[in-house]
Write a protein that binds this ligand. Sequence first.
Ligand SMILES: Nc1nc2c(ncn2[C@@H]2O[C@H](COP(=O)(O)OP(=O)(O)OP(=O)(O)O)[C@@H](O)[C@H]2O)c(=O)[nH]1
Ligand SMILES: [Mg+2]
Length: 326
Amino acid sequence: MSIQWFPGHMHKARLEMQSALPKVDVVIEIIDARIPYSSANPLLSDLRGDKACLKVLAKSDLADPRMTEEWLEFFERSESTRARAVTTEDVPTIRRLKSAVIGMCPQRQGRLINAMVMGIPNVGKSTIINFLAGRKVAKTGNTPAVTQHQQKVDIGDGVILWDTPGMLWPKVHNPNSGYRLALIGSIKDTAMDYSDVGFFAARHLSQHYPDRLAERFDLDEIAENELGVIEDIGRRRGCLGRNNRVDLERASRILIQEYRSGGLGRLTLETPATMQRERLQTEKAVAEAAEAARLKDEKRKKRFKAKQRAQRKSREMDASRRDRRR
Ligand SMILES: Nc1nc2c(ncn2[C@@H]2O[C@H](COP(=O)(O)OP(=O)(O)OP(=O)(O)O)[C@@H](O)[C@H]2O)c(=O)[nH]1
Ligand SMILES: [Mg+2]
């Protein structure tokens, strides 16, 4: 499954962020604590360059706390980056973001601090802004692309936050990242295939968290492959269609929903090591695809030139035949 969901409002958001960035002191990049690698938009890191960045691992109530600690340490190693984990289950974790932002701008000398909140869709940007503002200033909702326009919010103590629309990037090259983004709910329903994502989830969870699957769906044992896992879940939850066959799409939706809502427990899908490995694999695959496209273009050019040469030769032979006849 290759994800390509970059509608017009995201393209516009990118241009608006680019033009606003010179006025911004700190970028607050909201990522999902369950997938800190795949939910970090490469376009945003290009856009912000070396501007001070506060990485916020949102929805940490849904992620494995040990893994969240590991990620925080990993991000804090990079200069000009600070990292914090937050959750709506523990509102002070969100409130403390304001002092973190102020601490990142020691030279402001009474000037207002402009902090731009950026991140992929549905990661919790507007929710965090509402808590920081202490009132509902931004619309929130459990579907991607709720915010479609930039807006500025004064959160007091000289800090102005800019809420921005959730933004993906034109093509998610790493297929695993695509599945994980779909699994956490950052991809619009119509741009993903539930059964593909369900199979991915069944494969990953049966390898890494078989006990959670067994417990949640009351399974005696975990089937050997993802199809078997989805079928068992479907049977347990009564997703039977014609001839008593399991409706794979419905069973997949149930598994995805259970993961999204935390029904399977606090599960993180990526480690810093996963990121390093998959980054290399993706770079290699992208370079190979670019090389294959270049070779294909070369071949087309060669065929075109050979055809032109043959046509020229045939015209020359026709001309010399005419000359001889004269
Ligand atoms: N479990 C959990 N859910 C959260 C948390 N923060 C936000 N949510 C939920 O995540 C969903 C998306 O929140 P929003 O604040 O609208 O996300 P957004 O990033 O602004 O989304 P877009 O504007 O669509 O890009 C909402 O249903 C929130 O209730 C959290 O800490 N834990
Ligand atoms: Mg929003």
